[in-house]
Ligand binder design. Structure first.
Ligand code: CU
Length: 297
């Protein structure tokens, strides 16, 4: 696949050829064993004991200090994970999200998930795998967050409307241990790109074939990555910043909205390219977010 690494901008083109897909084995991940989350990366030779997130979170507060979970506060999500606009989160919901994120990082479960995104073998960018692959990726992250705190769902950052970085995240710059070593999140907000606005999003949403829509939405997504800058600008480090997950939830939300308006328009993927490696889901498994267990509020 020929790509000009020097060009400062690029509009993804899903019609171009050259996204043939093979399943070469990813490097084995010796740090974590949960095959459901880490797919082929999970260690085949697990160390004698690896704490499960549930077991790890087993300190219990005194009865009078216990804060009960708040799974349903008026929204009827039919038992589904209700992903909310980050702007509407309560202080408690923000705390719970950042706490779960921090705990995942502390038990060394976050770094390996970031490392999956660093492996271009999964061909999850600049082709029709982009949306379905990241849908599963977010779901795996959400499953892990919910092992720590079952009230947490990934919020979305509607950047086309909120043209600013969520202020409550500005001071949160975790250090995540990656394959390449520790990485502390940095940002360079607004320095290198303009953040697409609602008219840009509307233009993309108006396309009615998957390839034109998908390429357009990925382009909007790319600009958001560069607008945040720093860690978010690099494919190897972006998921270490919690804004990555909220940015992708917004992209996923837009796709879900587009799917409802364009039934039957799906990514054209077959054979190995249709498997969302390192996980086992097929493209067809990614079409219905309700079946995957979440909804956008
Ligand atoms: Cu990505």
């Amino acid at each position: 696949m020929e790509r000009d690494k020097c060009s400062p901008h690029e509009n993804p083109d899903y019609e171009k050829d050259g996204h043939e897909h093979d399943h070469s084995a990813p490097p084995e991940n010796l740090r974590y064993t949960d095959q459901r989350i880490f797919g082929d990366y999970a260690s085949k030779n697990p160390p004698p004991y690896v704490p499960h997130p549930y077991e790890h979170a087993c300190f219990k507060p005194r009865k009078e200090d216990y804060k009960p979970p708040v799974p349903c506060d008026g929204d009827d999500t039919n038992g589904q994970c209700g992903r909310r606009n980050q702007r509407s989160l309560t202080a408690d919901q923000r705390d719970r999200l950042l706490n779960a994120f921090t705990q995942l990082n502390n038990i060394a479960a976050l770094g390996p998930l970031v490392d999956i995104h660093a492996n271009a073998a999964h061909q999850m960018h600049s082709n029709p795998r982009f949306l379905p692959w990241h849908r599963i990726y977010l779901l795996r992250m959400e499953e892990m967050l919910r092992m720590i705190d079952p009230t947490v769902c990934i919020p979305y950052w509607k950047s086309s409307e909120d043209q600013s970085f969520p202020p409550w995240l500005l001071g949160f710059t975790p250090t995540v241990t990656l394959m390449t070593g520790p990485h502390t999140v940095t940002r360079n907000i607004g320095a290198l790109a303009i953040l697409p606005d609602t008219s840009d999003v509307d233009t993309v949403m108006a396309n009615n074939t998957f390839n034109v829509f998908g390429g357009g939405l990925e382009g909007i997504h790319n600009s958001g990555h560069v607008w945040v800058g720093g860690s978010m600008q690099s494919i190897q480090t972006a998921p270490a910043d919690p804004i990555f997950w909220m940015h992708h939830a917004e992209i996923d939300r837009l796709w879900a909205e587009w799917q409802s308006a364009n039934p039957g328009e799906n990514p054209n993927l077959a054979g190995a390219a249709a498997t969302m490696d390192p996980w086992t889901e097929n493209e067809t498994d990614t079409r219905d977010i309700a079946a995957l267990g979440y909804t956008y509020i």
